[in-house]
Design a protein around this ligand. Structure first.
Ligand code: NDP
Length: 331
């Protein structure tokens, strides 16, 4: 194991509100306890990582902290019988990058229960091109399927469509044979979204303006990464018996809705969390991504960046200026 490695460190002095973000050389002893030590090869930037790096939300709850809620790499040391040196693994969530040191570093040490063996059929880089955003999109699609969504039922709305969750959701739903209505704030991304399989493009403004408690039944289901009025309007336009999988708050935390869609149309609002999702759900989501995510589309939605660029890219991501997903190679 190398003696030192580079890590991005978010720190905050006792009693201070402002945080510092800097590169440090660290040793394995600086990492937090865990049974498995992993040489990180790839990570990614999700919305939450951007919040952590910019300090815009209190994502980091322990200082100093290495951000990075996702990583892929190979095991270098293990005290757990389930993992041996050389095993390729991935990690998504579990508070890593928030309360446990994360993936923006050459080494990570974590609990064995948090790791998955690299899913069959995907490289570590592809797993990170998908990242938590992609795995969450898959959790949303699986939830809609559990609630009865079938191809041919009608258009499925995807909000925040040009973002990470949205781009993967559009691609996956299209691969599964659904009509996809992609809502975006960026007219210039219409061709990109059609390329991923969207059959209809909706101007984000249409959904973000306050609507009525019930509107014309339009969507068979929805994957919502925006929240707030957009989610309220998605519920109000979901067809009788349909379901909306809500996973995000890019447009706000609130939900200015009513019970009308639930009690008059039997609509289901299904919450989706990726951070503490149990292992069987994770495995199912990664299996779906491995089986059905079109690799050419994955390439299309992925931009590669270096760890050094990460800090500068974080505000852009929060401003909605990053299309699709950011894959970060760690060397
Ligand atoms: P991205 O920044 O990649 O995408 C978000 C997209 O939302 C943007 O590209 C934009 O798409 C749209 N958007 C941005 N700002 C606004 C706004 N003010 N109003 C309406 N739409 C907006 O983020 P991710 O895809 O990685 O994450 C999306 C959301 O999902 C985040 O809130 C994130 O925290 C959440 N999330 C939740 C998880 C969970 O476990 N529940 C896991 C992963 C993510 P466009 O321009 O096309 O409209």
């Amino acid at each position: 194991m190398a003696d030192t490695f580079r890590a991005l460190v978010i720190d905050r002095a006792e009693g201070e509100k402002a945080q510092t973000v800097e590169w440090r050389d660290m040793g394995a002893d600086d990492l937090m306890p865990g049974a498995v030590t992993v040489r990180v090869r790839h990570t990614t930037m999700n919305y939450k990582d951007a919040l952590a790096i910019t300090g815009k939300s209190p994502v980091v709850r322990r200082f100093p902290m290495i951000p990075g809620i996702d990583f892929a790499g190979e095991v270098v040391e293990s005290d757990d019988p389930g993992f041996a040196p050389g095993d390729e693994v991935i990690l998504n969530g579990w508070g890593v990058g928030e309360v446990h040191m994360g993936g923006y570093a050459g080494l990570a040490r974590v609990r064995a229960e948090w790791l998955l063996k690299r899913p069959d059929g995907l490289t570590g880089a592809e797993c990170m091109a998908l990242g938590t955003a992609g795995y969450t999109a898959a959790l949303c699609v699986l939830r809609l399927q559990e609630l009865g969504l079938e191809p041919g039922a009608g258009p499925v709305l995807v909000t925040g469509a040009s973002g990470g969750v949205g781009s993967v959701a559009v691609s996956l739903l299209s691969a599964l044979g659904h009509e996809v209505a992609a809502s975006t704030g960026k007219a210039e991304e219409a061709e990109y979204l059609r390329g991923l399989g969207a059959t209809e493009i909706i101007d984000r403004a249409e959904l973000s303006a306050p609507g009525k408690p019930l509107m014309k039944e339009r969507f068979a289901g929805a994957v919502d990464s925006v929240g707030s009025t957009t989610l309220a309007n998605a519920l109000a336009q979901t067809r009788y018996g349909g379901a909306v999988a809500a996973c995000g708050l890019a447009g706000g935390m609130d939900l200015p809705s009513s019970v009308a869609p639930f009690i008059l149309r039997g609509v289901t609002l299904a919450g989706v969390d990726s951070v503490m999702a149990p292992i069987p759900k994770r495995e199912a989501a990664w299996r779906l991504l491995s089986d059905r995510m079109d690799r050419a589309k994955l390439t299309e939605i992925t931009r590669e960046a270096s760890l050094d660029e990460a800090v500068d890219l974080a505000p852009d991501l929060l401003a909605g200026k990053v299309r699709g997903r950011l894959l970060i190679a760690v060397d």
